[in-house]
Design a protein around this ligand. Structure first.
Ligand code: IVH
Length: 669
């Protein structure tokens, strides 16, 4: 008998509350307490109940994050108060002048400053009404912007309703910055490259581009994050910006933790110097710090001029741009034959190091810049993103410079290049092309794949050049060349032994890593894992049809086609057979069951004395264990190193045993 509807309403409410709580713990506090599977189960139940009872649907339900329909045009939102911009300063001198100006205007009152990071993202305005997220908009011209509510709802750290809102904060406006982590941006571009899609230039551009998309379902797949940095509330009791940030936190909004209350301008300068030195260690880009007068009554007294407040200023970091000359454009050939143009530059010192190469992505990028050989260009460097040519100084162009034309043949093997309809990339289609062979072997040996130490770019170049290695299977018969290897340039008894040992050791890598290492187009680490879970042996995978492959959630037609195509090729089947004969792990369950850590789930936290996170993960998986991202009751051990954070407290609370690296090694020895 179906339960009475009031109990369904209660169940729905309970599920929503729980899911909101888990979103908050995962995305705002970064302290998840349940596994992804448990989360998905709750979400599925809620989704199903809402489908059966549409009358109980609500705009702040967690299922509504991706519920929006595509729009043709965004509505307009008027900003009240307007979204101001900040005046910029670039030196200590200028920041001290700012302090002097403030003191002059305030008379006998002393200012206190809040120093914050200046996120290099996209400004957004959020409205909460009756405690619910009601509307979100872009900055636009500061007075009015686009209504991007549906897109912003997909940001998982953005609360759809405020946590335990007190009455005076039910109706508030929040201003903040949407952005992307550098690593997520790079990963996203890697996938776009593999799919032949146009690449984004930097995390800021890809955030801006994403928020302008008309289909929130696509936005939901992009890793957008958010920090709130201003509260606007009709409450006369508010006195301090610093305290406002705490209120925002207590309402459940993500507020950056690197915020400092400074009593003197010296402290502000120190904050700026500290972050100028540490900026690359952050997972996201910042381009300076923002200095704000803390007292709200002082802010009101200071007011604003034109479009900027007098009470705040951006204190920017030194530029990481420099001017230089483009000598040449080099064409690199990737492991799947993708041709990537790279700028060969007159060496120039920028952002702490000398740059002579910069990415040009593809021909579309070159055409957009209208880049010509010999041009004077601006190179830009940011964080761990590769330096790029961002602009041409057209006024310095020499006469007669003609637009760059793509080569018609592969620079490595002279095969005519091919550009598929609708793709931005050119390809070399010769799978025997030496550049592709090298790329494939490098990928095979890479960390995260077979992780063969000692098999870097130079070694691969040598081994491929000698004709000893034409494909990854050849690595496992490299020992037949042992004597010759020892006698080679840059080699010797010891390094030859190390390499052969490392190759031997790699046979223990689990099936999903071997599959990833094969370098099948569109098969990244995640897809490889998914495939091996559903097709637990290479034979099952090889004989799967495109239809079989597509029946797995998460495997679309593009991946299915690519996998099936790979295994249809005689040449690839031969390689797989040789890998199997060499004793590589080409089935999933065998290793897991046998492993010493079978059935155990670990969480990693802090820095271990000798193992990197990746290595620890690898050891756990090789021994049949699993690694989870958050502590929950389904976790058996927390492997903790130095500077372990909140996961440690959580583990203690749940009574989950903590072990150090030594204890961990004993477990697997
Ligand atoms: S406060 C009136 N705080 O910088 C003050 N802005 O021109 C308004 N930004 O695009 C801005 N980090 O989105 C403030 N911690 C921060 C910020 C920040 C980045 C951006 C802002 C705007 C630009 C200011």
């Amino acid at each position: 008998m179906p339960p009475p509807s009031h109990s369904i309403a209660q169940r729905i409410k309970k599920l929503r509350d729980e899911l909101h709580e888990h979103d908050y713990r995962y995305y705002v506090l970064a302290e998840p307490t349940i596994s992804d599977e448990e989360y998905d189960t709750l979400m599925r139940e809620l989704h199903d109940l809402e489908q059966q009872h549409p009358e109980l649907q609500s705009p702040d339900s967690p299922t509504q994050r991706v519920g929006g329909q595509p729009t043709k045009e965004f509505g307009t939102v008027v900003h009240n108060p307007p979204m101001l911009s900040l005046a910029n300063s670039y030196s200590e001198e200028e920041i001290r002048e700012f302090d002097k100006r403030i003191r002059g205007l305030l008379g006998s009152e002393q200012p206190c400053y809040v120093a914050e990071l200046k996120f290099d993202g996209v400004a957004v305005a959020l409205k909460y009404r009756d405690g619910m997220f009601a509307q979100g908009a872009t900055r636009g011209d500061g007075t009015q912007g686009d209504d991007i509510t549906a897109n912003l709802k997909t940001i998982r750290s953005l609360p759809l309703h405020l946590r335990s809102p007190e009455k005076q904060y039910m109706n508030i406006d929040v201003r903040g910055e949407a952005f992307m982590h550098k690593r997520d941006f790079l990963e996203m571009n890697k996938q776009r490259e593999a799919a032949g899609d146009k690449l984004f230039i930097n995390p800021r551009n890809s955030t801006a581009g994403t928020l302008k998309l008309q289909d929130p379902k696509i936005v939901a797949t992009r890793p957008i994050k958010l920090y709130a940095y201003a509260l606007i509330a009709p409450d006369a009791r508010l006195t301090s910006h610093f305290k406002n940030l705490d209120i925002l936190r207590s309402l459940g909004l993500p507020v950056n933790e690197h915020t400092r209350l400074c009593n003197t301008i010296d402290e502000v300068v120190r904050f700026w110097q500290e972050w100028e030195a540490k900026r690359d260690s952050l997972p996201y880009d910042i381009d300076g710090v923002v200095v704000k007068v803390d007292s709200l009554s002082q802010q009101a007294k200071l007011g604003s001029i034109a479009k900027s407040p007098r009470w705040a200023i951006a204190f920017k970091f030194a530029s990481r741009k420099a001017e230089t000359v483009l000598n040449d454009i080099i064409l690199q050939v990737g492991r799947v034959g993708t041709i990537t143009p790279v700028a060969d530059l007159q060496p120039v010192f920028v952002g702490g190091s000398t740059v002579s190469r910069a990415s040009l992505y593809n021909m579309d990028y070159i055409n957009e810049l209208d880049l010509r050989l010999g041009d004077t260009v601006i190179v830009e460097k940011g964080g761990d993103v590769i330096p790029k040519v961002s602009e041409v100084v057209v006024s310095k162009r020499r006469k007669g410079a003609s637009p760059y034309k793509m080569a018609s043949r592969c620079p490595a093997c002279n095969t005519p290049l091919f550009k598929p309809e609708g793709e931005v990339n050119y390809y070399c289609e010769n799978s025997e092309c030496p550049a592709q062979v090298k790329g494939r072997i490098e990928h095979f040996a890479m960390r995260g794949a077979m992780d063969i130490e000692g098999l870097g770019e130079a070694a691969v170049e040598q081994l491929v050049g000698l004709g000893w290695v034409k494909n990854c299977a050849d690595l496992y018969s490299l020992h037949t060349h042992r004597a010759e290897l020892v006698g080679l340039d840059r080699w010797g008894e010891k390094s030859a032994k190390n390499l052969l040992d490392a190759i031997e050791e790699s046979k223990k890598r689990p099936f999903h890593r071997v599959l990833y290492a094969l370098g099948i187009r569109h098969v990244g680490q995640g897809v490889a894992q998914l495939l091996t879970e559903n097709f637990p042996s290479i034979d099952r995978l090889q004989s799967a049809s495109e239809e079989d492959l597509q029946s797995v959630t998460g495997i679309g037609p593009q991946i299915a086609e690519s996998v099936a195509h790979f295994f249809r090729e005689r040449h690839n089947r031969d390689i797989v057979k040789r890998l199997k004969d060499a004793g590589l792990t080409l089935a999933a369950t065998a290793t897991k069951k046998k492993g010493k850590l079978a059935g155990l789930t670990f969480v990693l936290t802090g820095t271990l004395p000798t193992l990197s996170r990746e290595q620890a993960k690898q050891l756990i998986e090789e021994n049949g264990g699993k690694v989870a991202s958050g502590v929950s009751k389904n976790v058996q051990y927390v492997l903790a190193g130095e500077d372990a954070g909140s996961k440690l407290d959580k583990a203690k609370k749940l009574g989950i045993p903590l072990i150090d690296e030594t204890a961990f090694r004993t477990l697997i020895s």
